[in-house]
Design a protein around this ligand. Structure first.
Ligand code: AMP
Length: 559
């Protein structure tokens, strides 16, 4: 028989509220954590992903143990972002519906500190806070942590990724009556282990589901160039990724400012975040970045501390940081909440040893990419623009009225010419700029580099011309064969099809093997390691109003 909330030993009033919320049986983390936390176990580590019911796993025991009659902060929940902070408070409010006299407050940056101070003074027992704002309140002596008995660290790995390590330690040091520390995390990197060893006593540890050792949702890439070409390389990377929503990191605020000004002059949506800004200026820049009126943010590590923006596609290291931990913080800004992210580093040939060091410590592999040529950039921009053109919303607006006039005006111009003219208007800037663009790659690579590339699979079998694709797949080693419901009837010829699938998936043509195109369908040979990325990028998307279906041809059907 499965466990019930009654069986876990929580207060009857909490059982009532969870029932009302529709919780019938406890989730795995609740089942494992709640009895332990209620039993008086002091320190606890719960390894569980988000969405597994962690909030109730610590929220219900806290509400059970809190002394409602004592009107001072007794429990502190620290979490990485304001969104999470608000979500935790909301859930606790729902859980405590039938318990009178307990209040909970959310304390986070970017909102009026005055109001939060007032709330705290009302006599709350549970404080849910982001680290930065909490430290602010401690320093202003607006919050008294003297009596805090319970500290919960939620999403501890995210907090460390965001550069809050010192803040967390400061908080743990400034809670003298802390009697229990409950740490929840999706992963267990060495830094968290260290924090737990330093501040927790023989914690009871439970794991729910699989625990990732490193953040696998980030692709770590690097480009090698000379110091002289660093800026130009950055520009090319930005141009090669037309939909980029990214943060660029520099070592100094002077670099951040100079690069930001230069890119702004050259027409990019970018602003800088550095220590010289006032809080109001900082909020303004962050506001613009958050609502995506800025596509790029350039920042120093200190200024970017604690940034929590969802949906960052790329983190770019204009220069590699010296410290592995700093690299981890930077890259942790992307690839969050189940999304795929890319962390790009522009490096000098002499810095290869630093990459190796990061690889060793972070246990994550780096991929070397060629800096795109001018032609690559133009092609990429071109396809991006064409996609935009094809997906433009024409359902609103009175276009029908103008169509006859347009038709008359274009009576003697064919479709191809119209397309060319549209492209010319949009691409003039890129074509002119990149017409004679130089190669920014360092072509004279060291032996070690070459070995590295080889070990990354450039020596794979490229049996492009011979045999049927299934045979090549079977014998080529490490290849998958994908089916897709697009073919020559969709207006593709081989080269345009190749370009289309590569552009959609952001993969390089080296990952592909034989392409077999038929009228209605095609089969694509692709390196196994890249197959899922391609399927994710194409399956379910639309092409000319038709839903693309892509799956592994040899696994017997759709995902
Ligand atoms: P969390 O991991 O705490 O963010 O929870 C994820 C979602 O699961 C939230 O929407 C909760 O309300 C919900 N939830 C948590 N525990 C249970 C449960 N025992 N039964 C059903 N839903 C739950």
């Amino acid at each position: 028989m499965s466990t019930t909330f009654e069986g876990l030993g929580i207060d009857e009033r909490l059982i009532r509220s969870t029932k009302e919320l529709g919780y019938e049986t406890p989730t795995a983390i609740q089942e494992q954590a709640i009895p332990v936390l209620l039993s008086g176990t002091k320190d606890f580590i719960g390894l569980a992903q988000t969405g597994t019911g962690k909030t109730a796993a610590f929220g219900l025991p806290l509400l059970h143990i809190i002394d409602a009659a004592a009107k001072y902060p007794q429990a502190l929940i620290v979490c990485p972002t304001r969104e999470l902070c608000l979500q935790i408070v909301k859930e606790i409010e729902l859980f405590k519906k039938y318990i009178t006299g307990v209040s909970v407050v959310a304390v986070y940056g970017g909102a009026s500190i005055g109001l939060q101070i007032k709330d705290i003074k009302r006599g709350v027992q549970i404080v849910v806070a982001t680290p930065g704002r909490l430290i602010d309140l401690i320093e202003r002596k607006a919050i008294n942590l003297e009596q805090i008995q319970y500290v919960v660290l939620d999403e501890a790995d995210e907090m460390l990724n965001m550069g809050f390590k010192e803040d967390i330690e400061f908080i743990l040091k400034n809670t003298p009556k802390r009697d229990s520390t409950w740490l929840f995390s999706a992963t267990m990197p060495p830094e968290i282990r260290k924090v737990s060893q330093r501040y927790m006593k023989e914690p009871k540890e439970v794991t729910v589901g699989k625990v990732n050792t490193a953040n696998k949702s980030i692709d770590h890439q690097f480009y090698v160039t000379t110091a002289m070409h660093r800026y130009e390389t950055l520009k090319r990377i930005i141009d090669f990724n037309p939909g980029i929503y990214g943060i660029i990191f520099t070592r100094t605020k002077m670099d951040a400012q100079e690069i930001s000004e230069r890119l702004t002059r050259e027409g990019y949506d970018i602003d800088a975040l550095h220590g010289d800004l006032t809080q109001a200026q900082r909020d303004k820049v962050m506001g613009q970045f958050r609502d995506k009126s800025l596509q790029l943010l350039i920042a120093t590590d200190v200024a970017a501390r604690g940034i929590d923006v969802q949906g960052i596609t790329h983190v770019i290291n204009y220069e590699l940081p010296d410290d592995v931990e700093v690299y981890t913080h930077r890259s942790g800004r992307t690839g969050r909440a189940g999304n795929q992210g890319i962390c790009i580093s522009i490096i000098h040939a002499k810095e290869m040893y630093k990459l190796n060091q990061i690889e060793r410590i972070n246990k994550s592999a780096f991929h070397k990419l060629d800096i795109p040529s001018g032609k690559d950039v133009c092609r990429k921009q071109f396809f991006h623009f064409m996609d935009k053109l094809l997906s433009a919303d024409i359902s609103h607006g009175d276009y029908e009225t103008y169509v006859p006039m347009l038709a008359e005006k274009f009576a003697n111009v064919d479709k191809e010419e119209v397309l060319k003219r549209v492209a010319a208007m949009e691409f003039d800037r890129f074509l002119k700029y990149y017409e004679n663009a130089e190669d920014l790659n360092i072509r004279d690579r060291s032996k070690k580099d070459r070995e590295r590339e080889r070990s990354q699979g450039n020596d794979r079998v490229r049996d492009q011309g011979r045999g049927d694709s299934r045979k090549a797949y079977k014998t080529g080693g490490g290849y998958s064969r994908l089916f897709v419901n697009l073919g020559t009837k969709d207006g593709f010829y081989k080269a345009s099809f190749l370009q289309f699938i590569l552009d959609m998936s952001d993969l390089r043509k080296e990952v592909l093997g034989k392409i077999d195109m038929k009228d209605m369908n095609s089969w694509i040979e692709i390196e196994q390691s890249a197959a899922q990325q391609m399927i994710r990028a194409l399956d379910g998307k639309n092409y000319k109003g038709r839903r693309i279906r892509m799956n592994d041809a040899d696994s017997g059907g759709r995902r």
